[in-house]
Design a protein around this ligand. Structure first.
Ligand code: DGJ
Length: 725
């Protein structure tokens, strides 16, 4: 059993693969957090519950002996606003009396097999009930009548768990939720470094590491999307810990809108981690009888540094986040016309690309932006999802049939959440653009955002998209989103509910994505947001792959792929070879093969030699598909450790195959160069395909592979494939 309750000690113990998480219900019903880390046996678990209680004027609750207990210094499962706990709050409710004091105490609990879905929200799932066990901890506030249920699910196969929260109004008056963080975790020390993934368009998910300091630090988004600026991922790693050593805790939020992840270190050198919907500019009115569900946070623990943490995330997401027909199905190798043609195309031009794709061994043609309305550049037509027959003579159907007759799959681009001021849709429904009264909306990429909180808007989009998706044999949909959200308000929401806008918006987007994917279950969705601006597990729930970045320059994109790999698996990473960037086709392919691979070019603009090279390189992609998509990733040399060269390796589950890629980003004078592989079986022997040489796993991992003769040139890369003999 992975969730146990010891009634006498009022202890809950949640064990996943190699970890334990311990909760104690303290006198008076306070839910204390005792421990999270490597597995511990069920012996004397309360031995470390005591904490300093005298600290900076800490108050104790009524009924307690002076200086015996205070929620200010004890580790809590929930940080209640307005009471003695002065640390960063994880829940704040403004009640009908106008104050925001809340005090949640234990009421009851439920333990059951399996994992519940969260209504309207993406979440991880159990493939069968035996995979997971769930604890629901029901807490009550006696004054507001609020009931707060903390939901914990542990995964038996992975060192991972999820946590979310439901707030219910069991009183006779409405109250307003001002803060409802999915995660609240009190760490017993501050001896950690915080790792986050910051970035921007074309440079997403760059790793940043800083020691925890007293006070508050963290990440967040106010852009209406999870955004490229800060990915909703944080890790704490013990000081001195690294890729293969130290304790690493990873936190990831299954959510695609404004979020916050914060850590406050207090004067007792303890760190409180919270993560959830961004409480800035957020409020949710809960009428009597209503419930509010938070998104869920994913927690992964590793006792062997960041590498093991990442591999746990990868397996967990492949097994328990990605769903539907494409879950374990081989994704088609695609060509997308965006970097090749932009919006300057017609049906014949696209057909030329498709024909080349077929001859080359590519499996799917994707038509990107510019096929609808009168869209020849980015100043118009978003929302007019009717085909431009001047470009595509005979409509979409004609192009789809021609492409299908070649034996290729067909994919199409949409940006459903946007509306151009210059569009028939906007002229007919100006109030469908999100806006606030009396202010002109700011424009981003010449476009407004459409109001996804509105059902009529979602019905329109579903109807228009269905005319295309339902009447044509379309296999793939690229769902784009290309601006920050400003003047965020809806014409339909009453004034007191405008604070609900951002969350209602993303619930609306999720609802439309759900409708599309359940109506067209065979459709492979690839999410995109100016590259990887919504590269989050919320989107991965609907889209088993996400366009990682518009940066297709292999030499800098590789950094983005390293950063993304901290928590996201290769299988979700859309990665393409394009013509317009630095590096050889060999290197572009070696980098793009680390993901859901494709091309993004106009074959008529590249040399015959390049076309022949592309044809030859595709075979390797097929050969190594399973190893890359479902194998274990080992970061051998990371860009954050070495600016000149990097290396990564995939090893299959049986440790019988390994693919190592080494890339020289910038030439440095020649020197000895040994690559020590990881994750092999020390007792097995492996044959290097290229030379036929046999190496022991122990030699490869301890002495290393000598690369003294590897060409030392900017942008040179090479793959090394090993198989057990
Ligand atoms: C941004 C995406 O990242 C690109 O791949 C492309 O689809 C453009 N949008 C089209 O406008």
């Amino acid at each position: 059993m992975s969730v146990k309750y010891y009634d006498e000690q009022k202890i809950f113990k949640l064990d996943s693969k190699d970890t334990s998480y311990v909760i104690k219900i303290f006198e008076g019903g306070y839910p204390l957090h005792l421990y999270y880390g490597s597995f511990i046996p069920d012996v004397n678990l309360t031995s470390f519950e005591k904490r300093h209680v005298y600290a900076s004027f800490s108050a104790w609750p009524e009924g307690y002996e002076p200086y015996t207990f205070t929620p200010d210094t004890y580790p809590m499962e929930i940080g209640c606003n307005g009471g003695p706990d002065m640390r960063i709050a994880s829940v704040q409710i403004r009640n009908a009396d106008g104050n925001a004091v809340v005090d949640f105490r234990y009421d009851s609990h439920k333990i059951y097999k399996g994992k519940p879905a969260l209504p309207g929200l993406p979440s991880l799932h159990a493939n069968c009930d035996d995979e997971c066990e769930t604890l629901e901890l029901c807490l009550k506030d006696s004054v507001t009548g609020a009931i707060c249920t903390l939901i914990y699910t542990v995964f038996e196969k992975h060192s991972a768990m999820t946590r979310s929260m439901v707030i219910e109004n069991a009183s006779s008056k409405s109250f307003e939720i001002e803060r409802a963080m999915s995660l609240c975790l009190d760490m017993n020390s501050m001896d950690y470094d915080l790792i986050t993934l910051y970035g921007r368009h074309m440079q997403e998910r760059d790793l940043e590491r800083r020691p925890l300091a007293h006070g508050t630090q963290g990440i967040g988004s106010r852009r209406g999307s999870s955004s490229a600026a800060q990915n909703p991922f944080m890790a704490l790693i013990s000081r001195g810990g690294g890729e293969d050593n130290g304790e690493a805790y990873g936190f990831n939020l299954v959510y695609s809108s404004n979020y916050k992840g914060e850590i406050e270190v207090d004067y007792n050198e303890s760190a409180r981690v919270i993560m959830g919907i961004n409480y800035d500019d957020f409020g949710w009115t809960l009428a009597p009888g209503e419930r509010f569900y938070t998104p869920e946070a994913v927690l992964v623990y590793s006792d062997e540094g960041l590498g093991k943490m990442s591999r746990t995330f990868h397996r967990l997401y492949n097994d328990n986040l990605i769903r539907g027909e494409w879950k374990n199905k081989k994704r088609p190798l695609l060509v997308n016309n965006w970097e090749g043609t932009g919006m300057d195309f017609d049906g014949d031009k696209l057909f030329v690309i498709a024909k080349w794709a077929k001859e080359t061994g590519i499996e799917m043609f994707v038509m990107d932006d510019g096929w609808f309305g009168k869209r020849d550049d980015d100043t118009s037509s978003l929302g007019d999802w009717q085909v431009n027959e001047e470009k595509l003579k005979g409509g979409i159907g004609s192009l789809v049939s021609r492409v299908k007759a070649l034996g290729l799959k067909f994919g199409i681009w949409y940006e459903p959440e946007m509306i151009s001021p210059d569009s028939n849709l906007y002229r007919a429904h100006p109030d469908w653009a999100i806006h606030v009264p009396g202010r002109k909306g700011s424009i981003g990429r010449h476009q407004y955002i459409i109001d996804m909180t509105r059902k009529d808007v979602r019905d329109y989009l579903f109807g228009e998209m269905s005319k295309v998706l339902g009447n044509n044999d379309i296999d793939y949909l690229k769902w784009d989103f290309n601006r920050n959200m400003t003047e965020a308000g809806s014409a339909l929401l009453p004034a007191e509910k405008q604070k609900e806008f951002y969350h209602r918006y993303i619930l609306g987007t999720y609802e439309l994505m759900d409708r599309i994917t359940s109506t067209y279950p065979h459709l492979l969705m690839e999410n995109c947001s100016g590259g990887g601006g919504r590269y989050d597990p919320g989107m991965m729930y609907y889209s088993p792959q996400i366009w990682c970045s518009d940066n297709t320059d292999a030499l800098s994109r590789v950094d983005i792929q390293f950063g993304s790999s901290l928590c996201y698996p290769a299988s979700v990473q859309g990665a393409h070879v394009s013509a317009s960037r630095r590096a050889s086709y060999e290197t572009k392919r070696n980098v793009a093969m680390w993901g859901s691979f494709g091309y993004e070019l106009d074959p008529e603009k590249i040399s015959e030699e390049a076309r022949n090279e592309i044809k030859a390189q595709i075979a390797d992609y097929h050969r190594h598909y399973d190893l890359i998509h479902y194998g274990d990733l080992y970061r051998i040399i990371s860009p954050w450790d070495d600016p000149y060269r990097c290396a990564w390796e995939f090893v299959d589950e049986n440790k019988s195959k390994a693919l190592l890629t080494v890339l020289i980003k910038f030439r440095k004078e020649s020197r000895n160069f040994f690559i020590r592989l990881k994750g092999l079986n020390a007792d097995k022997n492996y044959r290097l395909e290229e030379t036929g040489e046999i190496y022991s796993g122990a030699l490869l991992m301890n002495a290393g592979l000598s690369l003294f003769d590897m060409p030392n040139a900017d942008g040179y890369s090479k793959t090394f494939y090993f198989e057990e003999v």
